[in-house]
Design a protein. Sequence first.
Length: 87
Amino acid sequence: MVKKMAKKELSNKKVMGTDGSEMGILYNITVDLRTGDLVNLIVRPDMTLNVDNYETQDGMVLIPFSAVRAISDYIVVDKKASMAVSR
């Protein structure tokens, strides 16, 4: 069963890599309005994150929702799956 969660419950949650590294703080989420699918997490990057490996927009890192592995106290993402394929 999928747990439902309001966006406000996710706002300002820490985003962590599966390796335990801090990636940043969740700023917003993009949604496909046609299907209702979650597309990207928009993350305010931690100053230690090398943003060169990720798709960015207006200083924020875009992490595909498909890279999300868990949501609890933190949002845990697979860093390799969240990296931009080509630059």
